[in-house]
Write a protein that binds this ligand. Sequence first.
Ligand code: MG
Length: 384
Amino acid sequence: MRVPKQITILGSTGSIGRAALEVVAASPGAFEVVALSALSNSTLLAEQAARFGVQRVAIGDEARSADFPPGVVVLRGAGALDDLAGDPDLDLVLNALVGSSGLKPALAAVRTGNRVAVANKESLVMAGELLIPMASVTGSELIPVDSEHSAIFRCLKGTRRDEVDGVTLTASGGPLRGMSSEASATASLDDVLNHPTWNMGRKVTVDSASMFNKGLEVMEAHWLFDLPYDRIAVVVHPQSIVHSLVRLVDGSLLAHLGEPDMKVPIQYAMFYPDPPPVAFGRCDLGAIGGLSFEPLDEACYPCYGLIVEAGRIGGTAPAIAATADEVAVGAFTDERIRFGQIASVIEATLDGVRFAPADNMDHILAAEDEARVYALGVVAQLAD
Ligand code: MG
């Protein structure tokens, strides 16, 4: 493996991207940051480019300008992210883009055979049927960044495949845990954004409160670990110390424990296959005192059931559900619809848009476009 590793970070101004650059800063000499991208925060992007000596940056919002350091190539336009992700001279692409914007760059990286640290769930959720078979042809390795999948990935190392019965994802329960479904339906934006254990971006925090995020993670586990849905379980664990578990055929469990800090799984993916060297906090069970677990009450989280069902259906159904959720969460954070109406938007969009096979990117993107228009229509009706 080359030292320093040549790494490109897509979505470097978001919470995962910023944490990844903290990992780079904490390990001098380990990484050379080749390229960065941001949607609109050009000021922070220019600061990052200067600090890490980056050669190329891409900015999504073409109107934005900033003072980039001399010699930095600034890319704009639709294909810029694909060019960065598909650079054949990289050791790793960290895909920390938000939502469906991560799809085409993921495809470009996998097609080139690049190793991808996957923080963009949607690329697997919406395009797993396309990306996973392609990765096995090109030799592209997909390394999870999500804390749950990183935990499972680590537990599976050194475990024989025929010893694995299934996996159990832990869920903190989010900011609305313990609230009745009636009360959570009208929860305020502040309540929903107040996550008890994880400090994350807005979209994923809302998706954690609705458990839509956990449903996406079930689908991600299905693709990353080649497991059928009936071998993927979820358990609520409010302390977020046990990051997930692998169940063995003898009924016992392997778990990965740690402080809830995204730099841990990010660092793991960045150094893989080498061991991550930096301790971002040490897990002290004596100080934590107690760990608790409870079953997931699916009746309280309709978004969870909707997205998992879309996963079982397959084809473009997950893309339709994920797009409807993106629209609905946007409408909720703009305070146009209530929290409980996010599920209504997803359900109506799954009912209203026809499913197709997800065997090429055009089908997936067409389904996304159709679902977006449909979901916006549902939001407009609900918001009246
Ligand atoms: Mg997660």
